[in-house]
Design a binder for this molecule. Sequence first.
Ligand code: SME
Length: 152
Amino acid sequence: MTPDYSLLNRQLAALLDTRDWLTNSAQTCAFIMEQVADLNWVGFYLQGEPELLTLGPFQGKPACHPIPFSKGVCGAAARTRTTQRVDDVHAVVDHIACDAASRSELVVPVIVNDHLWGVLDLDSPRQARFNAADREGVEALVATFIERTDLT
Ligand code: SME
């Protein structure tokens, strides 16, 4: 069932009561992991060096690090600056399998003043877990995270 993303968005906005990026990114992924069903991993990858994603705050098993822009679903989101929604990660040739349990994936770029700050990655053990409403809902949560956080 699709969660009430508009309610989640208001709750997230209330939760983010500082402008600190580390606190807010940790809270955001913990909140999503708790509120959105059927996820096995949620976390941020940050663009540290150019064209390279560094693992940031996350919930779930230890993950792959670092990820170049040229690789995987996260790399595609960073490279194209568009949300990637994958129904079956096994069908993606260059998918990076951090956890064999993951079957579907949603990756939303975090763009601030035309700069790619990083991406938010959601993984599910259920095939086709993410529909268009999840995509819109999670994009709105990311917009709230950006609005309420000092990101440079
Ligand atoms: N599967 C991702 C890598 C990140 S992990 O799932 C945490 C990818 O292909 O980009």
